[in-house]
Write a protein that binds this ligand. Structure first.
Ligand code: GDP
Length: 295
């Protein structure tokens, strides 16, 4: 992940190597290269524009620090701006309540929602809490079975109702079951579809309204670039998301979606999927990701 972005940024910084101080003239070429690297990584145009303005303002206003070479100065400025667009000091905590916490997971089909539900249940189990996975995707008959397989692989109970047709009732019954059985966290695996449509959104909005989850998360596929950003925007307009979980960042995702989602939608990334295996979910820290991008 981020290979081309990393290469592009490295070349940009190199243009300042050996320069005595950071000036508008010698910075211009470096900044142009930073901009190109971001665009090539499929970062949203508005994000690139705001990012470049932020970096140039900081660089131009910056006093020449005797101890820092221009290259180091620009790396520092880019790092600061990367942290900002990745979410600043947003933290990946699930803010669990002392009794039952209900997490609603949404996403388009194939984004990795069911897998992420399992990964999340595994992390919660590792913290000594009891999770319950809820099969609320009644659109695809195979989805209920898939969740049982996932639940078994992470040693987590799965709540499902044979022959059920009303996902809202299933979620409500599951939450009651959780309260009666000492469960700490309920994870609702809701229905996905190939595209965002009114019926899907209405179903999700009704679950949100009637079940009142404590947090609503969207799972998006990081490999889909701007489509991931657009779906985050649409889901957030309908559901007021608490966070995004971005999957498949172990492949050759260019990273544009990761850098764009927060700035475009205002919704922070909370976790990232870095493998198809159940241990492949990492809490997302903007500062650590910025350092990783800069290598
Ligand atoms: P859903 O339709 O949104 O529930 O998607 P699934 O959970 O069934 O996942 C779709 C495919 O993506 C499966 O083959 C998963 O193994 C794969 N997948 C999910 N998350 C990740 C990830 O972080 N990395 C990789 N490489 N594959 C993932």
């Amino acid at each position: 992940m981020f290979d081309s972005l990393q290469d592009g940024l490295r070349s940009a910084f190199k243009t300042l190597r050996g320069q005595g101080r950071l000036t508008e003239a010698n910075m211009r070429e470096g900044l142009k290269m930073v901009e190109n690297a971001l665009l090539e990584a499929d970062v949203s145009y508005t994000v690139v524009k705001d990012f470049m303005k932020d970096v140039s303002d900081k660089a131009i206003g910056q006093d020449v620090l005797k101890s820092l070479k221009p290259e180091q100065q620009l790396v520092g400025i880019v790092q600061e701006s990367l942290v900002d667009i990745l979410g600043g000091d947003s933290d990946p905590s699930l803010h669990l309540k002392p009794d039952v916490t209900v997490l609603m997971m949404c996403g388009l089909q194939g984004a990795g929602k069911t897998t992420t539900c399992g990964k999340l249940a595994r992390l919660i189990g590792q913290e000594g809490k009891k999770a319950l996975l809820v099969a609320a995707d009644l659109q695809r008959p195979a989805a209920v079975h898939q969740l049982h397989v996932v639940g078994e692989s992470v040693d987590t109970l799965v709540y499902s109702e044979e022959g059920a047709s009303d996902p809202i009732a299933v979620c409500q019954n599951a939450v009651k079951h959780a309260r009666d059985n000492g469960i700490d966290v309920v994870i609702l695996d809701t229905a996905g579809r190939l595209a965002i449509d009114e019926e899907l959104m209405n179903q999700l909005k009704t679950i949100d309204l009637k079940v009142q989850p404590d947090q609503v998360y969207l799972v998006v596929d990081g490999m889909t670039g701007q489509d991931a950003v657009n779906s985050a925007k649409a889901f957030n307009d309908a559901l007021e998301l608490d966070g995004v979980m971005m999957t498949k960042l172990d492949g050759d995702a260019r990273g544009g979606a990761l850098l764009s989602v927060k700035h475009v939608t205002g919704v922070p990334i909370k976790f990232i999927g870095v493998s198809e295996h159940m241990d492949g979910l990492e809490p997302f820290h903007p500062d650590r990701m910025a350092s990783r991008i800069l290598g």
